[in-house]
Each structure stands twice: as structure tokens, then as C-alpha cells.
Design a protein around this ligand. Structure first.
Ligand SMILES: C[S@@+](CC[C@H](N)C(=O)[O-])C[C@H]1O[C@@H](n2cnc3c(N)ncnc32)[C@H](O)[C@@H]1O
Length: 255
């Protein structure tokens, strides 16, 4: 990527020195600043220059035990809960303050889902909370999810049903692979409303790859991290399958 080239660490002596050479190699070998990596986001973010990403849209663990098993005990509605493997960390605790500091170092703007569960770790007020109304009916799932954002505009709401097999767009239903999967439609709405053409997007906790699919479809460059190896594999398959279906569709249109 051209931006990455321009900002590589440079050695500042004629022959360089060990520290600079080592960091140059780390940069070159371990991380490209686009794509999807099976990496701890804290490790990944260490390699990213300040304010490299225009927008981070993230959905870290909330610390409420929603990693999969809890769905089985839920009641109400028409949706039959599906069994999922628990994801990394079992959603037992949200990231610590270091994560939010690092996230704000590497990105110019942030949208952080679940912030109502860990707002004491985000040291800034926001006029622009984002509400996803899940149109959940009479179930004991939450009616809405909330995201803190760094934008200075007003509170906005997106309504999209997401209740088991009932989804906002029943003609084009999404296959669910992850216990806390968010709809691609939600990420597309966020990108259309909060990103500009050409923006680079970061997702530190990719889960099912809904965010990456939305970035791909709308033409945004992205970087994603997912630490859980099983979910990384399933999300990669979902993303690749989506891309190949789109290609097939384009090929057929051209015939
Ligand atoms: C709340 S889920 C994200 C769901 C996602 N927004 C979606 O639509 O599918 C959080 C994800 O972060 C992953 N995770 C937990 N700790 C992580 C870390 N330190 N680095 C990267 N991923 C992590 C978990 O395995 C889980 O899949």
C-alpha cells in the first residue's frame, strides 16, 4: 500500500542501527496494512502508525457472557436459538484502557459498539451515540445496541430486525456463523453515513466478517483482526465465498 511505504520506520544513521533494522523487518514481514489477520488486536495495532485509519468500527467483547452458550437459555419470540461455539475469552471482560488508547492512536474516528457496558474506559463524552434498534419484539434480548462514536453530530438510529431467523431483509437473508454477529446491512449503513470515499477502515474484533463484507461491497480498504482461530477460519470462508459469489454474478452479467 502506498501509505504504508511512505511511513515505514527509517534508519537515521548511514549504516542504520540494530533497533531500527529490527523494527523495519517486523513491519515488512509481519504486517500488511490491509486484509484480515488471525492476530491479537493489541499485537496488530502496535505495528500501525499514528492515525493511519480514517475510521475504526469495532465491536469488542462487552463482558456480559454473550459468547454463545447464554442464547440457549433465552425465551420468547419465534426464533429458535442456535448453538454456537464460544468465542475467544467467553465475553467475560471488555478490553482495558490500553486498548482504547491504542485504538484512538491508530484511527482518526471511532465507532465502538457495546460502549454502554464499559463507558468508564472511554475518557470522552459523545454527542453522537449510534442506536441499532433490533426490532426484537417480545423476547428478553436487548431491544437496541448502542455505539459510542467520536463524531460531533446528533444521535442517530438504524432500525433492522435481527431476531434469530427473522431478519430485516428476508429476501436476502444472512447466514449466521457467530453468536454476536451483526448484520452486514448495519455496517453498510455506518459506512454510508460516517465514512468518506477512500477512507481506510479498521475492525479490531472481526467475529463473523460482516464488517469486512460491507467494506468490500462498498469499495473501502480495510484491516481486520480476529484472535479465535475457529472464527477466523469461518469468517475467512464467509468473506471469500461472498466475494466469489459476487464475481460469479458479475461474470454472468457479462455473458
Ligand atoms: C463481539 S464479537 C464481534 C462480532 C462481530 N461484530 C460480528 O458482527 O460478527 C468479538 C470478537 O472478538 C474476538 N476477540 C476477542 N479478543 C480479541 C483480541 N484481543 N483480538 C482480536 N480479536 C479478539 C472474539 O473471538 C470475537 O469473535
Amino acid at each position: 500500500m502506498p501509505g504504508a511505504e511512505a511511513q515505514r520506520p527509517q534508519s537515521n544513521t548511514p549504516n542504520g542501527n540494530a533497533k531500527n533494522i529490527r523494527s523495519f523487518r517486523l513491519w515488512e514481514v509481519q504486517m500488511e496494512l490491509s486484509g484480515f489477520f488471525n492476530t491479537d488486536c493489541m499485537e496488530g495495532m502496535k505495528q500501525i502508525p499514528d492515525k493511519y485509519f480514517d475510521l475504526a468500527i469495532v465491536d469488542p467483547p462487552y463482558g456480559i457472557g454473550e459468547s454463545g452458550a447464554k442464547n440457549k437459555t433465552r425465551t420468547g419470540g419465534l426464533a429458535k436459538p442456535k448453538d454456537y461455539k464460544a468465542f475467544h475469552g467467553d465475553d467475560l471482560k471488555p478490553p482495558d484502557g490500553e486498548y482504547f488508547k491504542e485504538l484512538m492512536r491508530v484511527s482518526k474516528n471511532q465507532i465502538i459498539w457495546g460502549s454502554n457496558h464499559f463507558i468508564s474506559r472511554i475518557p470522552y463524552d459523545s454527542s453522537c451515540w449510534i442506536v441499532w434498534d433490533k426490532d426484537n419484539g417480545e423476547t428478553d434480548f436487548a431491544d437496541c445496541e448502542l455505539a459510542w462514536s467520536s463524531f460531533r453530530t446528533a444521535v442517530r438510529q438504524f432500525r433492522f430486525k435481527w431476531q434469530g431467523m427473522l431478519q430485516g431483509n428476508m429476501k436476502n437473508k444472512e447466514y449466521r456463523i457467530h453468536p454476536t454477529q451483526k448484520p452486514v446491512a448495519l455496517y453498510k449503513w455506518l459506512l454510508k453515513n460516517y465514512a468518506k470515499p477512500g477512507d481506510k477502515i479498521l475492525d479490531t474484533h472481526v467475529g463473523s466478517a460482516s464488517s469486512l463484507i460491507a467494506c468490500h461491497d462498498l469499495g473501502f480498504e480495510y484491516l481486520g483482526f480476529e484472535l479465535d482461530t475457529d472464527y477466523y477460519r469461518m469468517a475467512t470462508e464467509r468473506l471469500e465465498q461472498h466475494k466469489s459469489q459476487l464475481n460469479m454474478f458479475i461474470d454472468l452479467e457479462e455473458i
